[in-house]
Design a protein around this ligand. Structure first.
Ligand code: ADP
Ligand code: MG
Length: 469
C-alpha cells in the first residue's frame, strides 16, 4: 500500500516536490487503523502536517479500511542523525522499479572546524559600511521590515514565524541597506555568530567555483554550519542545480533553528524561474513588502543624505524650496532621492553656483520623468480602459465572465502590472478581490498576444500613451 501511496504522491506533486518533502518518509507502524509515518526532522513534520496531511490521509484511506488515520512523527534523534545525509533520497526498497532514481544526496562529512570557518569568511559578499541602522530612515512604508530586521539583529526573533524572513520591494527601497545593517550589527555585537551575507549572484559564483576547484563539499559544509544566512537579490538565483543546493541549505538551516533572510524585487509567487520547492519554502515564513516612501520619509531621506554629503563637501546645503521640490516630485524610492541629492551636489561642485529651484528643475528632469511614468494610478487605468472598450467600471471589477468584459479586464490588469509598482496580490485586490494567480494569468496572456497581434500591440501602445500623458 505504501508503494502505491508514494506513487500517487509522486504523480500528483511531481518528482521535484515529492523528493524534497517525502523521500525521507518511512512507515513505522500500522495499528488499529492508524498509519504511523516518520520523517527525519521536526521542520519536515510541521511542513507536511500543515500542507499535506489531508492529502496523505485521503490517499491512505483509498487503500482500504485498515488505514483510517495518519500520524506523522519525527524519527528519534539518533536515527535522524544517521539518516540526514540521505534525506532527499528514497530508500531503495520502497521505490517502484519504474521510477527514475532520485538525485544522489551529498553526504555530509564533518570537516575540520577551522577550515570551514576560514572558507566561511572567504565567501561573504562585501558590505557597505554606510548601510547601518543609524543611517536608515524609518517610515510607514518600511516600518515592518525595519522592525523585523531589528528583531533578528537582537537575536530575539527565534522561532518559526520569522523563518525564513522574506523582504521584497521594487528597486531602491532599502532592502540591501536593511540586510547589511543587520549583518553589521550582528558581526559587531556577536562576533561568535557565523553570519553570512551573500548576494544570489555571489552564491552562484561561489558554488560554481567550488565545483571547479573540487571543494564543493567544503563549501556546502560551510554553508550548513552558519547561524544566519542572508541572501540578497534572490530573483537572480538561476540554475536548477544551484536552486536545489539552496533548497537543501535552507532546509538544513531551518531544521537546525538557524535564521534565513531573503530579499528580492518581488514576492516568492512571482519568482518565475525559481524551483517550485524553493518558492514554497520561501513563502512559508514571514513575508514583508516595503512600499514607496511617503512624503515625510522622503524628506528625512533627503535631509540625511544632504547631511552625509556635507561631511565631505563642507558648506554644501540645499535651500528649503529645492528640498520641497524634490519631496514633491521624486516619489519613487530612496535610491532616486539619493540620486537627486548627489546630482545637485555634483552640479554645485562643478559650477560653484548656489542651488536654486530653476537649476534643480533642469538638473533633475529625467529623474522626475521616470517618477511620472510610475505614478500612473490603478483607478486611472480602470477609467481609461472602461471608456476605451465601452465597459462600465462596475463590470470591469465584477465577476462576470462575458468575453467582452474579460478581455478589457485582462488588459487593465496587464497595464496595472506594467505601469505601476503594485504587486500582483495588490492588483488582484484592486480588481474586485481577485487572486494573484488570476492577475498573473492575465498579464501572461496579454504579453503573449502582444508578440503575435500587431493591431493589439498598437492598441495597447495607445492606452499606455494616454495613461502616461
Ligand atoms: P534595494 O536593495 O531595495 O534596491 P538599497 O538598499 O540598495 O535598495 O537602497 C538604495 C539606496 O537608497 C541606498 O543607498 C540606501 O541607503 C538608500 N535608502 C533606501 N531607503 C532608505 C531609507 N529608508 N533610509 C535611508 N536610506 C535609504
Ligand atoms: Mg538591493
Amino acid at each position: 500500500a505504501w508503494a502505491r501511496v508514494r506513487g500517487r504522491l509522486k504523480a500528483d506533486l511531481g518528482d521535484e516536490v515529492f523528493s524534497c518533502w517525502f523521500a525521507g518518509m518511512n512507515v513505522e507502524q500500522i495499528e488499529g487503523g492508524t498509519v504511523w509515518l516518520s520523517v527525519p526532522s521536526r521542520f519536515l513534520k510541521t511542513w507536511i502536517s500543515t500542507h499535506y496531511r489531508d492529502k496523505l490521509a485521503a490517499l491512505w484511506q483509498a487503500e482500504g479500511p485498515a488505514y483510517r488515520k495518519v500520524e506523522v512523527s519525527v524519527r528519534s534523534a539518533m536515527r535522524a542523525k544517521v539518516e540526514t545525509p540521505a534525506r532527499f533520497a528514497a530508500p531503495e526498497a520502497a521505490r517502484p522499479a519504474s521510477a527514475p532514481a532520485p538525485r544522489a544526496a551529498v553526504p555530509l562529512r564533518p570537516v575540520a572546524d577551522a577550515a570551514s570557518a576560514r572558507l566561511f569568511d572567504d565567501i561573504s559578499s562585501p558590505l557597505d559600511p554606510r548601510y547601518t541602522f543609524e543611517n536608515f530612515v524609518e517610515g510607514a512604508s518600511n516600518r515592518l521590515a525595519l522592525a523585523a530586521a531589528r528583531q533578528v539583529a537582537d537575536g530575539s526573533a527565534s522561532g518559526v514565524k520569522f523563518n525564513p524572513l522574506y523582504i521584497h520591494s521594487s528597486v531602491g527601497q532599502g532592502k540591501t541597506h536593511l540586510l547589511q545593517a543587520l549583518t553589521h550589527r550582528l558581526k559587531a555585537e556577536h562576533p561568535e555568530m557565523r553570519v553570512l551575507y551573500l548576494t544570489a549572484e555571489h552564491f552562484m559564483y561561489r558554488f560554481v567555483q567550488s565545483l571547479q576547484t573540487q571543494s564543493a563539499l567544503a563549501f556546502k559544509e560551510a554553508l550548513r554550519t552558519i547561524d544566519l544566512l542572508v541572501i540578497d537579490d534572490m530573483q537572480f538565483l538561476h540554475g536548477k542545480q544551484i536552486q536545489q543546493e539552496f533548497c537543501h541549505t535552507v532546509n538544513t538551516l531551518i531544521d537546525g533553528a538557524r535564521q534565513v533572510i531573503v530579499a528580492a524585487d518581488r514576492p516568492p509567487v512571482e519568482l518565475e524561474t525559481m524551483d517550485e520547492r524553493v518558492r514554497s519554502r520561501l513563502s512559508g515564513g514571514l513575508l514583508i513588502e516595503i512600499g514607496a516612501p511617503d512624503a515625510a520619509t522622503r524628506r528625512s531621506i533627503i535631509e540625511r543624505r544632504i547631511a552625509l554629503t556635507a561631511q565631505h563637501m563642507p558648506g554644501f546645503s540645499v535651500p528649503d524650496d529645492v528640498i520641497d521640490f524634490i519631496v514633491r516630485n521624486v516619489t519613487t524610492s530612496g535610491r532616486d532621492l539619493e540620486g537627486a541629492v548627489t546630482r545637485l551636489a555634483g552640479h554645485n561642485q562643478l559650477t560653484g553656483l548656489t542651488l536654486s529651484l530653476t537649476m534643480a528643475e533642469t538638473t533633475l528632469k529625467d529623474l522626475i520623468r521616470v517618477t511620472d511614468t510610475r505614478r500612473v494610478k490603478i483607478e486611472d487605468i480602470q477609467r481609461v480602459v472602461s471608456k476605451h472598450y465601452n465597459v462600465s467600471k462596475q463590470d470591469l471589477l465584477s465577476s462576470r465572465r462575458t468575453r467582452s468584459i474579460v478581455w478589457p479586464r485582462q488588459i487593465a490588469m496587464y497595464l496595472a502590472k506594467s505601469l505601476t509598482l503594485r504587486s500582483l496580490p495588490e492588483i488582484g485586490r484592486r480588481f474586485g478581490g481577485r487572486d494573484h494567480t488570476t492577475v498573473l494569468h492575465a498579464v501572461r496572456k496579454v504579453e503573449e498576444m502582444i508578440g503575435s497581434d500587431e493591431a493589439l500591440t498598437q492598441e495597447i501602445e495607445v492606452l499606455k500613451r494616454m495613461l502616461e500623458a
